[in-house]
Design a protein around this ligand. Structure first.
Ligand SMILES: *Cc1c(COP(=O)(O)O)cnc(C)c1O
Length: 428
């Protein structure tokens, strides 16, 4: 049986007339579990992680998977078993990481708005580092740690003011963003934190944005962070680790906007050369990749409900919607959409692929030439990151089921959410 890999999507192959993820037929999985259905390739995740591990071979480095990209337990377990740490942004994510057996010292806690309760929860768990983002948060964390009789290990997130050249909603390292402490305030903020008895300064971090597709913004941020490391250490505050965040993009195979982000190992070869050249080569390094570890591992299988010819546009109405796949509605993002059974009858028609939700923003793909009829299955590609983790119950739609594939084995890692699940916590 010969398999044809889809260009740009090595995790999805067409064989015996249907799309497969690894050795599993998407048509068979949809028959068994219904649609919409997320299907993830375990091997793709491990390969993506291996690219970072190759990049850091021989170094003291920790890869912390930024689990907000996809926080399903079955996905987290793959990374926990592969020795990953985790970057969390809430107490809920901490509970998820601990539930899959994550080593607490390999958990770092990011985010601009940690509550006191979340701080206590993370201190009790013994996490490795709080990435703090403001002077006000520093003071509150100090207070909470003292009240708990602990010292909180911290790193301060610096806003390096570089443009990651990505969508404005996912750039985070510019002056106008809510994230981090301004570059100019960094040394003063470190001095303040170092004087507080409830805190132990252990590192520095930055994270400049998401879906970054070139090395240049990373190189700019790197130089600016290393300048600060020199200034902070000159002020007598040693830093044990340097954390460069996440943000590396993936190829979504958009025909109009072909993105070819550097491979993780190639990117880090470049960055490490600069780190070595500036004399920080033996420092512990931390990174927080999210999308690049899961984005192209996942597809969402959806069924065509209706085709609807229109005056200006033809619509292909599918059973997945913006509550399952929020990226197009939120960021005008592109996902490739391909028929599971291949191109056949009828002749292709140009459609807007849309969901059943009552919003004009509920579209999944625009102007797609597809040969489909009701009952056919479509695969929405590159759906491993920021889809299920952002899914909602809008329109009282239950969240989709998820399957993790490994070779010819497929395991249901999340049951389809029922209406009863949704009504359970409410009172009329
Ligand atoms: C979201 C986020 C990440 C991961 O970003 P990706 O683009 O998914 O790699 C890493 N660090 C922080 C602080 C984040 O907020």
């Amino acid at each position: 049986m010969s398999a044809t890999v889809l260009p740009g999507h090595p995790q999805v192959a067409r064989s015996a007339g249907t799309l497969h993820v690894e050795g599993c037929s998407l048509a068979a999985l949809a028959r068994e579990h219904g649609t919409p259905l997320f299907v993830y390739s375990r091997q793709w995740m491990l390969d993506a992680l291996a690219a970072y591990q190759r990049g850091f071979a021989g170094r003291d480095a920790m890869v912390c998977y930024a689990m907000k990209a996809n926080s399903s337990l079955g996905v987290l377990r793959v990374f926990a078993e592969a020795g990953c740490g985790f970057d969390i942004v809430s107490g809920g994510e901490l509970a998820r990481a601990l539930a899959v057996g994550a080593e607490p010292s390999r958990i770092i806690f990011s985010g601009v708005g940690k509550s006191r309760a979340e701080m206590r929860q993370a201190l009790a768990a013994g996490i490795g580092c709080f990435n703090v983002e403001s002077e006000a948060e520093i003071d509150v964390l100090n207070e909470v740690a003292l009240a708990e009789g602990r010292r909180a290990p911290i790193s301060i997130r610096i806003n390096p003011n570089v443009d990651p050249k990505t969508h404005p909603y996912i750039s985070t390292g510019l002056k106008g963003n809510k994230f981090g402490v301004a570059h100019d305030r960094a040394v003063a903020t470190y001095r303040h934190a170092a004087g507080l008895p409830g805190l132990e300064v252990v590192g520095i971090d930055c994270h400049i944005g998401s879906q970054i597709t070139e090395a240049a913004p990373y190189l700019d941020a790197l130089e600016r962070v290393l300048d600060l490391v020199e200034a902070i250490e000159a002020a007598g505050i040693p830093l044990r680790h340097l954390d460069f965040g996440g943000g590396l993009g993936i190829d979504y195979s958009s025909p109009n906007d072909r993105q070819s982000p550097p491979a993780a190992d190639a990117l880090w070869r470049q960055l490490l050369a600069r780190i070595d050249a500036r004399g920080f080569g033996d420092r512990k390094l931390v990174i927080e990749p999210g999308r690049s570890l899961v984005g192209n591992a996942g597809v969402c299988v959806t069924e065509v409900l209706y085709t609807k010819p229109g005056e200006d546009k033809n619509f292909c109405i599918v059973d997945a919607a913006m509550n399952d796949l929020p990226r197009p509605a939120m960021y005008q993002a592109f996902h490739a959409i391909v028929p599971v059974a291949g191109e056949g009858e009828p002749a292709p028609v140009v459609y807007d692929v849309v969901g059943p939700v009552c919003e004009s923003g509920d579209w999944i793909g625009r102007d797609r030439a597809l040969a489909v009829q009701p009952g056919d299955l479509l695969a929405v590609l590159s759906a491993g990151a920021y889809c299920m983790s952002m899914a909602s119950n809008y329109n009282t739609r239950g969240r989709a089921a998820e399957v993790l594939v490994s070779g010819e084995q497929a395991r249901l890692i999340r049951q389809r959410e029922s209406v009863e699940d949704q009504l359970r916590s409410e009172r009329a």
